[in-house]
Each structure stands twice: as C-alpha cells, then as structure tokens.
Write a new protein. Sequence first.
Length: 372
Amino acid sequence: MPSTLRLATIPRSVIMQPTTQCLPMDCTYCYLPFRKMKHLMPLSVAEAVAASVNPWAAADPAFEIVWHGGEPLAAGRAHLSALMAPFEGVKHSVQTNAALIDDAWCAFLLEHDMHVGVSIDGPEDMNTHRLTLAGHPGFRVTMRGIDRLRRHGIPFSAIAVVSDPDPADAARFYNFFAELGATVLGVNVEEEEGVNRGAKDADLVRATEFWTALADAWRGNPVTQLREVQRVLNFAGAILGAQHPVPGPATAPWDPLPTVAYDGGVVMLSPELAGFTDHRFGDFTTGNVLKEGLDVLVAQAEQRTPWISEFWQGVDACRATCPAFAFCGGAHAANRYFEHGGRFDGTRTRYCTTAKIALLEGVSRHVRDYRP
C-alpha cells in the first residue's frame, strides 16, 4: 500500500485527556505514567482541538470525542463541562472507573447525552488488580457507581482487562456482564506497555480456549455484545460476502486515532505512548494543538512523526509473515515498542498472540463446533 494512503487524513474520533489523575484508583496493570498527578487540560487546548473537529463533525454525524486517559471525572463537572463546550455536533463518550459517579454526575451525563464506558474486570475475585490509592479493593466503589447509573436509567458499556485468560472462568466472566446490564463488553488481555511490566507470557493454546469458551457463553445468552467476537464475525461476513479485497485493517487506511494529552501534545495511533519519551524519537508527539491545528497535524502526521515510518516497516514484516494479518492488520504501535525493546519494526507481540491470533482461532473454533 502506498505510504500516502497508510494514514487517513481525517480521523473518526479524537481521544482527549482532561486530567492525568486516576482518582481514586491505582490499578496494578495501568500503563499511565502520571496517574497520581493532577494535571488538568487548559480550556485553550479544547478550544484549539474543537477548531479542527467541528468541521469534521459537520460532515460526519457519528464523530466522537472520547474523554479518557486518567479518570476523566476527576477533572470535576465544571471543568469537564467547560472543556466540552467548544465542540459542536460531536458525540461525547467517557471511559470511567465509576467510583466518583453520584446523582449529580448522573444528571451531568444525561444533560450532555454522554455515552458511558465503565472499566471493571468481572466478578469481585477477578478484580484483584483494581485497587484504590489506599491499597484497598476497588470493586465495591465501582459497583456503587454502576448501581447509580442503572438507577438513573443510563446505559453503559464495559471494558475488562483479563490478566489470566482462563477458559474455566469464561462463562462466569461473561454472565457477570450480562447480568450487570452492560450493552457492549470489550475484553483486553493484559498487555505489557507503558509502566506496566507485569503481564504474563502469552499462551496461545490457553488464550484460544478462553475465546472459544467466551463465544460459547455469549451464544447461550447474547444479551451483551462482545466487541472482539463481533470483529471476527464482521471479518468472516466480509469474506463470505465475497468482498475483494476484504475491508479491514489490512487494506483500509489506518485511522490516525489522535490522542490529545492534557498539555495539547498529540500522539497518533497509540494512546499508550502519551507521556513517554525515547532517546531516538523524543516524546512521540506529532506536534501540539496550541501551536498548529489538529487538522494539519493529522494530515501531515507521517512527515512530522519519525517513528511512524519504522512502525510501517513492522507492519510490512507482519504482512509478509503472519497468516492472521488479513484480520489483524499488524500489531499496535505501543505493543511493538514496549515488547521489542524500544523498536517499532518488530513483528509478533504477546498482544498479537492472545488478542488477535488466539481470538481469530478461538471464535472460528466456536463456529465450527457450534450445535444449535
């Protein structure tokens, strides 16, 4: 694919970091380097981003601003509202640990018509990595926030980190979210990235069995959409629909997925790189919205960002060697960097093994073995 087509010139969404602080949680697997510091995004950053985003949103009614990276609610209602005010015609989403959600926050979420995503890892015994800053289990404070969301009739999706993809736990894990009422469940197998160096080695067989068991549980009670299973089904549907080439990450231009850090610095492709520096590439940013428009930074990302060319070398190596490339499209940039000693041109990562290759094989096995 020609390099000029590798990154789309207009993103589908922008991730905004209203604060680095992750009050009151201190999860052991967190990748964020400044989660105990309260850096707040200035209003000038949001205003600069909105100047580029508003025209994009006018052409795309589904355009999304995702408030993420730290605990967005730790910014406070007044400040978060002020940050949101410059945006027009966008859909606002917030990814939260739910610990701060009270009746006033529920009124705020309803008033601003925000989509809510909650981070929780399943039943209480599966949440041992989600601790508060005081070192106490965080499960109950998150559940208290979820109860308030449900009481106010606010739908929510969920993201869960699975540190040990044990197939024996898959059904209980899925049923927890089905009973909780989550509309969509995203499952992230714990990754080695950022300041987290505790991820387990990848076990392809065990992870494959986990995804099969998870798909089995979903098939038996499909009330909560499984994000990863849906991706496999969409991929299979495109193949069966005889679309050539099959639309997906291997053929479509990459969404640049710009992440705007609290200080206005913009990192493309991998939010997990925000806040880190490298002796070769500096701080990984493409630029800062306080100096140049986000539209310019996105359109010129490949010319302005030295590490992206090395990343494309890794993607091309995956294309030449990996049988799952048509589905995956190549490992995520941050996983490559943190798992391959600070380089972006490596190929398979633990994330690839457990969350892409094992996922594809596991769901395929579920389909082959399915008996109505």
